[in-house]
Design a protein around this ligand. Structure first.
Ligand code: SF4
Ligand code: SF4
Ligand code: SF4
Length: 578
């Protein structure tokens, strides 16, 4: 521990702290643009400067990378600090495409907030702006370099945490900008669509490709039946868009709000999370029995699947053939539900509300439509849903709780925890243990919980040892895959989620700026809401969900059987380009 003085207040902190971290201990938040905890720490934007006084002389240092030292004397709000920060912001704005009124981040922009806080004259250094074409060729992401401030949070997210390597710095000096190799579009690169660059971006340079208008059009079309389902993690994050505390479960208000948008039904996607588990557990037991294509990898994360299709093609046979819960729900709705309700599947407009940008790509996968039309028509992020709710003038926090619609209302705890890293594994283990041990009493598998990037565990199921691993974040996935390839790691079953912490921290979730992300553990708080929900639910194992039992009784016969195989399973492709 070392003791230093910040603004004349003595504070004792661990010796590996930076000044920015130490300042938080005395409730001083230092602004930053390039720094983002766990993502980027390069000290390049210079917004976080503070005044360091040594031997009677002072100098400005970047607090995000400057380590604390015994006896250090620091000031965070002197005239020199304020002048420096203001000038830095003015210089950033000198080439910035200042279109706040129509900007996707117009109400949640870290640069705009700083300009306001420091009373910046946006035109003092105005110079000729370089005009960049907007890259909107992919089905899931839009890059607008006219808004980019070169903080490099996105490249750090993509290259360091995710190790995908889709984007980087191009050109030099005044012309330097972020882009893909050979100036290709994001949609023509190895980008997996995880959206981690979007939630790291402090400004409006990156956003999901909005499909809000498609949904409004469908709602207004008298020939369309619009059905919406929401992924497990949305109820744990949507409240943040309405200034509710991180980790507030807003399931009832969320259902009420979506219903008031004018849709025909609101369903719970936890149901097809359960369906995925029943199919996946059956597939795992089959692979274990026949000792083929092991370890088996989960396949419910399209970012992870695309990563394998681009960069680890020899592992494609190891991916479970199960579609994701989104695609399974689409298949169930356009077949079983449409038939039951007498609706032409072409008139059924299926919308998923998802924490994810990669799911927008998944909707377009040719391998996913077994009967000639897409499973899900549109996938909206949590952020897009919040915009629709705000656009409709609904006072979200004042809404009374409502329930999901029949017949896809009843969820299990296993489905609820899908949104957190380790949740899919735990849900699968609950069902596999029941099948192998003839009705196991074990429900919780706590060894696979938590936000560690890689978790490993061994269980005895049916008298046999099952070795499992859970990884979140593609950098951790790479470690697992390289370890299996080299023979250093041995597993039977592996869960991978592309986003660090899983879907609760997905690329489509509410964007929290540095003032929250640098100090609050979003992943843990959001996941807690799901584990709390799990504990309260009547059914906690996927195969015990009465809706799942009804689906097999009335339609699919048995897991993995002909109709289930055709509608609920898929194939993968080697992607040499995109
Ligand atoms: S990125 Fe921020 S400052 Fe720039 S136009 Fe958008 S809201 Fe305004
Ligand atoms: S979406 Fe993911 S893979 Fe694509 S550029 Fe962003 S961080 Fe990289
Ligand atoms: S972890 Fe979840 S949010 Fe992230 S890419 Fe995968 S499915 Fe999407």
């Amino acid at each position: 521990m070392v003791t230093l003085k910040i603004n004349g207040i003595s504070v004792t902190v661990p010796e590996d702290y930076t000044i920015l971290q130490a300042a938080k201990e005395i409730n001083v938040e230092i602004p930053s643009l390039c720094y983002l905890k766990d993502v980027n720490c390069i000290g390049s934007c210079r917004v976080c400067v503070v005044e360091l006084v040594e031997r009677g002389r002072s100098r400005l240092v970047p607090s995000c990378v400057f380590p604390v030292a015994e006896g250090m004397e620091v000031y965070t709000n002197t005239p020199a600090v304020r002048t420096s920060r203001r000038t830095t912001i003015e210089l950033i704005l000198s080439t910035h495409h200042k279109k706040c009124l129509s900007c996707v981040r117009g109400n949640n922009c870290e640069l705009q907030k700083l300009a306001f806080d420091y009373g910046v004259d946006e035109d003092r250094f105005a110079q000729e702006e370089i005009k960049y074409d907007i890259d909107d060729l992919s089905p899931y992401i839009v890059r607008d370099n006219n808004k980019c401030i070169m903080c490099r949070r996105c490249t750090a997210a993509c290259n360091k945490a995710q190790t995908v390597g889709a984007i980087g710095e191009i050109d030099r000096g005044y012309k330097v900008h972020i882009g893909c190799a050979f100036e290709k579009s994001m949609g023509e690169s190895v980008c997996v669509g995880c959206g981690q660059c979007i939630v790291a971006c402090p400004v409006g340079a990156l956003s999901e490709k909005s499909q809000i208008d498609d949904v409004w059009d469908a709602i207004a079309d008298p020939n369309k039946k619009v059905v919406v389902f929401t992924a497990p993690s949305i109820r744990a994050t949507l409240g943040e868009c309405f200034d509710m505390p991180v980790g507030t479960n807003v399931e009832g208000k969320m259902v009420a709000a979506i219903r008031r948008l004018g849709v025909d039904a609101v369903f719970n996607m936890d149901v097809t999370a359960d369906l995925t588990i029943v199919e996946e557990a059956t597939e795992l037991l089959n692979r274990l029995e026949n000792a083929h294509d092991l370890p088996m990898f989960t396949s419910c994360c399209p970012g992870w699947v695309k990563f394998v299709e681009h960069q680890y093609q020899d592992f494609i046979p190891n991916l479970s053939t199960c579609k994701s819960p989104q695609q399974m729900f689409g298949a169930v709705l356009k077949n079983y539900y449409a038939q039951k309700k007498g609706i032409d599947p072409h008139d059924l407009f299926v919308v998923s509300i998802i924490p994810c940008t990669a799911k927008k790509f998944e909707c377009t996968r040719e391998e996913e439509s077994a009967y000639g039309f897409a499973d899900a028509d549109v996938s909206l992020t949590t952020r897009e849903l919040s915009k629709m709710i705000k656009g409709a003038g609904l006072k979200f926090t004042e809404l009374n709780n409502e329930k999901f619609d029949d017949p896809f209302e009843i969820a299990t705890g296993a489905g609820a925890i899908f949104g957190a890293t380790g949740g899919v594994m735990e849900a699968a283990l609950r069902t596999a243990a029941d099948i192998l041990d003839g009705g196991s009493k074990k429900i919780e598998f706590k060894e696979v919980r938590g936000t560690d990037g890689i978790k490993e565990a061994e269980y005895m199921l049916g008298g046999k040892k099952l070795k499992v691993a859970v990884a979140s974040g593609l950098g951790n996935a790479r470690k697992i895959l390289d370890g299996i390839r080299s023979g250093e790691r041995h597993y039977d079953f592996v869960e991978i989620m592309a986003c660090p912490g899983g879907c609760v921290n997905g690329g489509g979730q509410p964007v929290q700026g540095d003032s929250v992300r640098n100090y609050v553990d979003l992943k843990t708080l959001r996941a807690k809401a799901l584990y709390d929900a799990d504990k309260k639910l009547k059914f906690r194992k996927s195969h015990l969900n009465p809706v799942i039992q009804m689906l097999y009784d009335e339609y699919f016969d048995a897991p993995g059987k002909h109709r289930a195989h055709r509608l609920l399973h898929t194939t993968y492709v080697k992607r040499d380009k995109y």
